[in-house]
Design a protein around this ligand. Structure first.
Ligand code: G3H
Ligand code: 13P
Ligand code: ZN
Length: 312
């Protein structure tokens, strides 16, 4: 099956009260772990890469591998640019086979965010590609950008209709208390999301797909394995799964996950090397890493996002 845009996926997800998992990809094993899970559960999926992932793996390799996954699985798969930093990067992805892009103007002044997002939308829509915009700033680390909790700001519901109408975006990422990276809440801190803001946005934009970034849950078992086998990860608390389930039953149609995949892969590799110090064949150590990624993604699709069986 050819790659698809996010349009139909989101329409169905909104009506069905579930969300599509959007997983960050950097190499073949990650792509396979994710798409094997999606295939097993017959779920549509978004494979997204950051500018950093494009630099690491190169555009052409990523596109070719994602196309191979869509071909092999027969699933609706969208290839999405995560946190597009500027028009040129978005254009290069649109010209180069991506079916969806995010333009992240969230750190710009409001009017500049609108102008940049609209420029990307105009180009993308002329080429049949969907666009995600962002309003509000998440805390955390993405690429080299580190936003402190003090500098993060919730999305202002009174801006969303104006932003969506004037830019023409197909989906909107909002800030309601999630954050990027493995360290979202301090130990002892009670995780909280501003569902009141989500509700208000949902009222103002009925039927419009909302996106949650920074939505990893940070599996405590995996952190334990990493630390048991020589790693040094401080206590980390992620977004509780019941909150993500609730968001998915509301207007949230896309949930972004990267850290949980990184943590799973690291846990599997550390454990494997500790238990098999003589191994040096990448197929031996990358197999359990790919398997644990698959396990994580299956759990998210089935239990957290509710998209099992949605690839009809
Ligand atoms: O939100 C950012 C994603 O986790 C991608 O991270 O820019 O380090 O590839 P990256
Ligand atoms: P996490 O760091 O919570 O996995 O978030 C990833 C993300 O939002 C990618 O855009
Ligand atoms: Zn993000």
């Amino acid at each position: 099956m050819p790659l698809v845009t996010t349009k139909e996926m989101f329409e169905k997800a909104y009506k069905g009260g579930y969300a599509i998992g959007a997983f960050n990809i950097n190499n073949m094993e990650i792509i396979q772990g994710i798409t094997r899970a999606a295939k097993k559960l017959n779920a549509p999926v978004i494979l997204q890469c950051s500018a950093g992932a494009r630099k690491y793996a190169s555009h052409d390799y990523l596109v070719a591998m994602v196309k191979a996954a869509a071909e092999e699985t027969g699933l609706p798969i969208a290839l999405h640019l995560d946190h597009g930093p500027d028009f040129e990067t978005c254009k290069s992805c649109i010209d180069g086979g991506f079916t969806s892009v995010m333009i992240d103007g969230s750190s710009l002044p409001y009017e500049e965010n609108i102008a940049l997002t609209k420029k990307v939308v105009d180009y993308a829509h002329a080429h049949g590609v969907t666009v995600e915009g962002e309003l509000g700033t998440l805390a955390g680390v993405e690429d080299e950008v580190n936003v402190s909790a003090e500098d993060a700001s919730y999305t202002k519901p009174e801006q969303v209709e104006d932003f969506v109408t004037r830019t023409g975006v197909d989906s909107l990422a909002i800030a309601i208390g999630t954050s990027h990276g493995a360290y979202k809440f301090k130990p002892g801190q009670k995780p909280q999301l501003r569902f009141d803001i989500l509700e208000e946005i949902e009222k103002r934009l009925p039927g419009f797909p909302i996106v949650l970034h920074g939505a990893s849950s940070v599996n405590q078992e995996h952190i334990k394995i990493i630390n048991e086998f020589g790693g040094e990860m401080p206590d980390a608390i992620g977004i509780p799964e019941d909150m993500l389930r609730k968001a998915a039953s509301m207007a949230v149609c896309k949930v972004n996950v990267d850290s949980d995949i990184r943590i799973a892969m690291t846990a599997a590799l550390r454990k494997h090397f500790a238990e098999n110090p003589k191994h040096f064949d990448p197929r031996q150590y990358l197999t359990p890493a790919r398997e644990l990624i698959q396990e994580v993604v299956e759990h998210k699709i089935d239990v957290v996002f509710g998209s099992t069986g949605a690839a009809k």
